[in-house]
Design a protein around this ligand. Structure first.
Ligand code: BGC
Length: 728
């Protein structure tokens, strides 16, 4: 019997190839052979747990049995050619032998760790983003991985939310560019035919959780949903992304995992053809939300909305068959989702060779290579933001260097959160990089404070003593790696503990102090901002962190990164973001009454969106704006007027002055990172397609025609040019 089915399956696969059938048709040939159990199996994703020695299946006998019965279609958290091969073999021994998909959270690199996504976002450099995704993709596919659960493209305006580290930051336009670049980097097939599926997550508006508390309710207007949160997902869909992942949150009363409104937009309005995976357990959580009556209803609501795969809630595996048998869910609905999974397996070539991603030789030779590390270093230095510089940077390293702060020597903290495959002792710390690069220097080190014991001052004395004896001090401050990430929202985003107190003492002791702040989100550090002579915001930079920091400190790389989400001055300002609405009584600088501000704190952020300094300076001249058929054209002349080669992020913002719905006071609509050698001068031309002005208003989509103000700015608050122009 089994032989007949296998033969049938073989023929059904082989015949279409000769007849040049599409992947959909090939998938249908298989669907015709499948039982209901096997169909629901394709929609069931389960985890393998990872322990020191390798993967462990929780209730392992059961999962192996399910694999052999064809009741699991994909797995997450199994990695490495050996382990994925072992699991694949179990699945192939099932009646139809349909291969498994292996997914993993490759969020910022696989074994070679790149900066966290929020840091890469601050590079404002699509090429760097593509490079980071490309290396991550290669290391993944040679390790048995078919699918990364990335890019995370949740716009967020709340730095308390722990997951801002994984995302693009506050701006919708830039997030859309980043989404496109990441999809390109991840999904482009490699020369040997291997390719990675990417996943746009979390669909949608997860970043709008009330109060920045992870998993919290999302209650937003349709205008904000469409204008702020959805466009990066549309960009990912338009770029041909293979999968989407549901968000945990509800939106206006309906959890994302069963939200027909969202999936109608995705499949019908955007014409998306890929699959949708739930988030971990999120189908079952619709009961907890108080939306689904029970888990059976949750399964029905999810599949009817268009959610293809159930990750780890077991609602599909437990109830789908029964729902179809009882006629509550049509078999066609089930088949539609199964087809999406099989099509992806065809695209990856798994029906031709289920082990094609399991070549141990490639795995041994292509991971953590010098070239990959060089790429990580390059992206890392492009991700460091120069926040302040009173002429101290760049420095020629003197003889006596004092290094202060636990993060200077903490390998684990270099990688940051969300690194599932990396070895925790690979990253280069600042201290190690210094010792390697300056073997002749006298380098002293003191922790000064403890990253976990927040109020411990016992290390102050030693730190102040070494600061007093040094020519230069490198002071590392920040939050430790476990303080940002999923379920790591913070109610207070000041630099933790006594760090600022120590920093002030160090500044008093040694004026030549360079402060490096590490972390996964914008933090508040007003005293440091005011008193430090030089501040670099380094985020978590990954494997080559220490080397990249030194490259910037020494001027081998002139910093070019910019703030990807506004840094607040006060907790009470949050949410603080640049593309706010004007209101009828706009905020004013003076403490005037009756304006849109608090009486006790400033309304402006500490560092606005797109802020960032360079070792050189740029002059803008001859800026003109005109309308040319279906575009707005911006021309300008840019000169590097300083002493170093460097990059300038040229930014164009627009404001629609009036209309049927109000629009933000500024929206970024074009930006370009321009490299100029010192003294060099260039004519720059940028354009905004009129289609980019479309917006969702009170009556749905509007073409955006109207009277506009166009700005060119150094960052979102500091404009150097503006003009009004009709766009009709
Ligand atoms: C996260 C996802 C992730 C998934 C699988 C969830 O908790 O929200 O972003 O992809 O786990 O690890």
């Amino acid at each position: 019997m089994k032989k007949t089915i296998l033969l049938l399956l073989f023929c059904s696969i082989m015949i279409p190839i000769s007849a040049q059938k599409t992947f959909e048709q090939k998938a249908d040939s298989i669907i015709a052979l499948m039982t209901l159990d096997e169909k629901t199996g394709q929609l069931n994703m389960v985890t393998g747990n990872w322990e020191a020695t390798g993967p462990v299946l929780r209730g392992s006998d059961d999962k192996v049995k399910l694999l052999k019965e064809g009741k699991i279609g994909s797995m997450l958290n199994i990695r490495g050619t050996k382990h994925t091969r072992d699991m694949q073999a179990q699945a192939l021994s099932s009646r139809l032998g349909i291969p498994l998909l292996f997914g993993l959270d490759v969020i910022h690199g696989y074994r070679t760790v790149f900066p966290i996504p929020l840091a890469i976002s601050s590079s404002f450099d699509p090429e760097a983003i593509i490079l980071a995704s490309r290396v991550a993709a290669r290391e993944s596919v040679v390790s048995g991985i078919h699918w990364t659960f990335s890019p995370m493209i949740d716009v967020s305006r709340d730095p308390r939310w722990g997951r801002v580290m994984e995302g693009p930051g506050e701006d919708t336009y830039w997030a859309s560019i980043m989404a496109k670049a990441m999809v390109e980097g991840y999904q482009q097939p490699f020369d040997d035919g291997l390719e990675l599926m990417a996943c746009a997550k979390h669909f949608a508006a997860y970043g709008a959780a009330i109060g920045g508390r992870d998993y919290n309710t999302v209650d937003i207007s349709m205008q904000t949903l469409h204008n702020v949160y959805l466009p990066p997902f549309k960009a990912a869909a338009d770029s041909g992304i293979a999968s989407f992942m549901c968000a945990f949150n509800e939106i206006n009363g309906v959890p994302a995992s069963g939200n027909k409104y969202l999936y109608d937009i995705l499949y019908n309005t955007w014409g998306y053809k890929g699959l949708v995976v739930s988030d971990w357990g999120s189908i079952g959580e619709m009961v907890v939300h108080g939306y689904s009556k029970d888990r059976e209803t949750a399964a029905q609501q999810a599949i009817e909305a268009g959610v293809t795969i159930d990750m780890e809630s077991n609602c599909y595996s437990r109830y789908l068959k029964q729902l179809v048998e009882e006629g509550k869910v049509s078999e066609q609905t089930l088949d539609n989702e199964v087809r999406k999974v099989l099509v992806q397996k065809y695209k990856l070539g798994l029906f031709d060779d289920p082990y094609r991603y399991c070549n141990p030789e490639k795995e041994a030779n292509e991971i953590l290579t010098p070239a990959n590390r060089e790429a990580a270093r390059d992206v890392a230095r492009k991700s460091i933001i120069l926040l302040k510089n009173e002429g101290l940077l760049p420095v020629e390293m003197p003889k006596k260097i004092a290094v202060i702060g636990p993060y200077a020597g903490a390998k684990r903290d270099m990688d940051g959160n969300w690194t599932v495959a990396t070895d925790k002792d690979v990253a280069v710390t600042l201290l190690e990089a210094l010792k390697t690069r300056y073997p002749g220097s006298e380098i002293s080190f003191a922790k000064g404070f403890d990253s976990k014991e927040n109020n411990d001052r016992s290390g102050f004395e030693e730190a102040i003593t070494i600061a007093g004896k040094a020519d230069i001090v490198l002071l590392t401050l920040g939050e430790h790696w476990g303080m940002s990430g999923e379920a790591r929202s913070r109610g207070d985003i000041h630099l933790p503990g006594v760090q600022e107190e120590l920093a002030c003492k160090i500044y008093e002791t040694n004026k030549n102090t360079i402060t490096l702040v590490m972390g996964g989100r914008p933090m508040i550090f007003n005293q440091v901002s005011e008193k430090a002579p030089a501040i670099l915001y380094t985020w978590w930079l990954g494997t080559e962190a220490g080397n990249a920091m030194l490259d910037v400190i020494c001027g081998e790389y002139n910093p070019s990164a910019r703030v990807p989400m506004s840094f607040p001055k006060h907790l009470g300002q949050i949410p603080v973001y640049y593309n706010r609405k004007n209101s009828g009584r706009p905020s004013v600088d003076a403490e005037g009454n009756y304006s849109n501000r608090y009486i006790d704190i400033d309304y402006k952020p500490r560092y606005p969106f797109a802020y960032g300094l360079s070792y050189t300076s740029f002059e803008y001249k001859d800026i003109t704006v005109s309308k040319d058929n279906d575009r707005i054209l911006i021309k300008l002349n840019l000169t590097n007027t300083g002493d170093y080669d460097g990059k300038e992020l040229v930014q164009v913002y627009v404001r629609k002055l009036w209309g049927e719905s109000t629009r933000p006071i500024k929206e970024l609509k074009a930006c370009e990172n321009i490299f100029l050698k010192k003294g060099e001068n260039k004519e720059i031309e940028m354009s905004i397609p009129c289609s980019g002005l479309r917006y969702y208003g009170q009556n749905g989509w509007e073409d955006g025609k109207g009277d506009y103000k166009i700005f060119v700015g150094r960052n979102a608050e500091e404009m150097i040019f503006d003009t009004e122009i009709p766009v009709y």
